[in-house]
Ligand binder design. Structure first.
Ligand code: TYD
Length: 153
């Protein structure tokens, strides 16, 4: 049987979260912890940097993986696509995070010079969890019940 998404979600389930900020005259600290700021248990952290101007990252979806994305420096856009609805989120603050749920196609684009994209992930790296072909992603979406077809819920 063909594999399906662990949890079928819409782009409207991908939420922007304001993160705690500890401020003093010497600057700011934002701390992220499982169970409080992050809506899943973090098993992996990675970051994207030195992205050349005009380059795009992402261009895939995941069967299981959830991610939490923060522009810790600079800015970029995240295009979210659930196979029906699309949404673009602009991230440009280190105290704002974007939770990307399972089964969402994402593309990261319009990176500002020197930007750093921090990603917290719910699973270790596993290539078999990736859907890298958009037509295949659409087929998987069409084959799985979708509670949100027809727009925002
Ligand atoms: P990929 O997830 O396709 O990057 P992006 O979505 O940012 O464009 O990964 C690019 C390469 O990096 C791929 O060969 C696998 C490797 N990689 C790891 O080894 N570990 C990781 O945690 C990640 C995210 C990628």
């Amino acid at each position: 049987m063909e594999r399906c998404f662990a949890d079928r979600r819409s782009v409207y389930d991908c939420s922007i979260m304001h993160l705690p900020k500890v401020h003093n005259r010497a600057g700011n600290i934002t701390a992220l912890e499982n169970g409080t700021s992050i809506p899943f248990d973090v098993r992996r952290v990675y970051y994207l940097y030195d992205v050349p101007g005009g380059e795009e990252r992402g261009g895939h979806a995941h069967f299981e993986l959830q991610q939490f994305v923060v522009a810790v420096s600079g800015a970029f856009d995240v295009l979210l696509d659930d196979g029906v609805n699309k949404k673009v989120v602009h991230l440009d603050r280190p105290f704002i995070g974007l939770h990307i749920t399972t089964g969402i196609w994402r593309e990261l684009l319009n990176f500002s010079s020197g930007s750093v994209c921090l990603v917290l992930a719910s699973h270790r790296y596993d290539e078999s969890d990736y859907i890298r072909d958009y037509d295949n992603f659409k087929k998987l979406c069409n084959g799985q019940d979708s509670p949100f077809i027809g727009g925002q819920v």
